[in-house]
Design a protein around this ligand. Structure first.
Ligand SMILES: [Mg+2]
Length: 252
């Protein structure tokens, strides 16, 4: 069975939380207010959808160009790109699932050479010197999340993938609950341990790549054949691999 790796962005693919840094940098009156908003969210008094809307309302910025000039200063985990190439080459799927904003997720993936990688994030609409948060991937049945990571997980599982949620924070919990396997660090790892939820720890995508290789080695080999050529068959024949549910930017 092929694996689908659904990877959080801020704090996971990007070791630093670009979204939080962006809001802090461009909220001139909002340093204290922003901290209050964050405290309400961490205490569970509001969901991530409301958090994003309230944080966006604090932002003062000339436009997307100024935003990108700031967010481009951040670096992605250097092990992420080789992990993706190896996973896709093996027939596994990788999708980026983010509670951050679309403009910097899209930009960073394109600059890393992954413009065609499926991804989903909340939308920041630049308007009149500020931004408005929009939620194209919210689940109407859940008031909590902006981008419902669980629905992305379920879509991949419905296509025949073993699903793996890779993440580091509170916004990954619903996705982790829906996934077949969890790879965690940060507060997600702590929460998994508290919940008694099986998980694998990671420090960087080098560890995620190692996890993926172990799954590949554990996959059953095809039945041997008298045809000598078949001895070179890979563990998981291409014909048996399902198609990912979406490709490229259409998945936003
Ligand atoms: Mg995160």
């Amino acid at each position: 069975m092929p694996f689908a790796y659904l990877c959080d962005f801020d704090g996971t693919i990007s070791p630093q939380d670009i979204g939080a840094a962006f809001v802090e940098r461009f909220s001139p009156d909002g340093a204290a207010t922003g901290r209050d908003v964050l405290a309400d969210w961490l205490a569970g008094r509001m969901g991530h959808r409301e958090l994003s809307s309230r944080q966006a309302a604090l932002v003062r910025i000339s436009g997307e160009e100024e935003a990108l000039a700031f967010t481009r200063a951040f670096k992605l985990d250097p092990h992420f790109a080789p992990f993706v190439r190896e996973a896709l080459g093996r027939g596994d799927a990788v999708m980026v699932v983010s509670e951050g904003f679309d403009f910097y997720v899209r930009d960073h993936l394109a600059r890393a050479g992954f413009a065609d990688l499926p991804w989903a994030a909340n939308r920041a609409r630049f308007e009149s010197g500020s931004i408005v948060a929009e939620f194209p991937f919210a689940d109407p049945a859940c008031a909590h999340c902006g981008n419902c990571k669980a629905q992305h997980v379920r879509r991949y599982r419905g296509r025949g993938f073993h699903t793996v949620l890779v993440g580091d924070g509170v916004s990954d919990r619903h996705g982790a609950q829906a996934a077949d396997s969890v790879i965690a660090r940060g507060s997600l790892r702590t929460w998994c341990a508290e919940q008694g939820m099986a998980h694998t720890s990671f420090e960087s995508f080098a560890d995620v790549a190692e996890f993926a290789r172990r799954q590949d080695l554990a996959a059953p080999l095809p039945r041997p054949s008298r045809d000598l050529g078949a001895r070179r068959a890979v563990a998981r024949p291409a014909a048996a691999r399902p198609k990912p549910p979406a490709a490229g930017g259409r998945d936003r």
